[in-house]
Design a protein around this ligand. Structure first.
Ligand code: A2P
Length: 313
């Protein structure tokens, strides 16, 4: 367990759930609990909170875990950023999950949409009109409303996702509850040294999404870092798979990886990262020899004045 700045405990690894959609995935989430996952990362826009919630409730009813054993992360959809809608967005997630509190509730992005409806398909299909950005609304105003969700006990801790340093500074300058976590893409192939240092210096934990670099969506001209020679060589020194080393690497850096897999063997493999270390010399070699590249597409934020990063993928 790691600790948030206020002393609350948070697991050192979790399971990402983006794109794990449909009722057929309920047994998959239950299997993840059986394998030993205790933290799950979902979001309003992932459209899987209901199924994850069912899996959680069934596992609790079967006596496999208790609610307190689990750590559930969810995120406010960008269509609920208007301060008077924030609590509604949070309550919809709670209702879908069937829970009475979320352990860690994140602002999904600094980008806000004009509220047209509670539903929003993610990512937008080519036929769908792109939602209109509400660029007048600052992330800090949404944050101040999110603080109320914690005061009311709907969320035990609060954080952000996909925020850059400047946007974090704006919140830090004008908040009562400090963000405990910034969830961003972070991996051995996209280390985010500067942003990680800023977060660490400010007591904010980095949760690492896309820790395996989305290997299946790698463009043909690139080689996924899971197949890079240096990672392959360190993996053979550690007698582990490249995925296990990539996950352990993030833990050594003090971040919280949330790998996702739809395969039970890879799900188990990704959690089996506790009984080995990566030697300092090998950590250095990984730091120096892997090309850095963003892999998670954040295209839906493109064009907003609040888009946090230069998007090149
Ligand atoms: P699959 O669902 O078939 O296992 P990330 O978490 O970085 O976004 O990466 C998720 C992708 O990585 C998924 O496509 C997943 O495919 C794949 N993946 C997950 N675990 C492993 C693993 N241990 N080895 C190789 N690929 C993996």
């Amino acid at each position: 367990m790691l600790r948030l700045y206020d002393g609350q405990k948070i697991p050192v690894i979790g399971m990402g759930t983006l794109n794990i959609i449909g009722k057929a995935k309920i047994p998959h989430f239950k299997e993840a609990i059986d394998i030993g996952y205790r933290m799950f990362d979902t979001a309003h826009i992932y459209h899987n909170e209901t199924n994850l919630g069912t899996a959680i409730r069934e596992s609790i009813a079967e006596g496999k875990v208790s609610r307190e054993d689990l750590y559930i992360v969810s995120k406010l959809g960008p269509q609920f950023h208007q301060p008077d809608l924030v609590e509604k967005g949070c309550r919809i997630s709670l209702e879908r999950l069937g829970l009475d509190y979320i352990d860690l509730y994140l602002l999904n992005s600094p980008v806000a949409f004009v509220h047209q409806s509670d539903q929003y398909t993610f990512p937008p299909t080519p036929q769908q009109n792109r939602p209109e950005f509400d660029d007048e609304l600052t992330p800090t105003r949404t944050w101040r409303a999110l603080e109320m969700c914690k005061r009311k006990g709907l969320a035990r801790a609060l954080g952000v996702s996909n925020f850059n340093e400047e946007q974090l500074c704006e919140i830090l300058d004008d908040c009562e509850v400090k963000p405990a976590v910034n969830q961003v893409e972070c991996s051995v192939g996209f280390r985010q040294d500067k942003l990680r240092k800023f977060c660490t210096d400010n007591g904010i934990l980095v949760m690492a999404h896309s820790p395996l670099g989305n290997p299946r969506s790698c463009p043909p001209e690139c080689t996924p870092f899971l197949r890079s020679p240096v990672l392959t060589s360190v993996a053979s020194i550690c007698r582990r798979t490249t995925a296990q080393v990539a996950i352990r690497y993030l833990m050594e850096k003090g971040t919280i990886p949330i790998p996702k897999s739809t395969n039970r063997f890879r799900m188990a493999e990704n959690l089996n990262v506790f009984d080995f270390d990566i030697a300092e010399i090998d950590m250095n070699s990984l730091d120096e020899n892997i090309e850095q590249r963003r892999t998670a597409s954040l295209n839906w934020m493109r064009g907003s004045v609040n888009c946090p990063f230069e998007l090149n993928c």
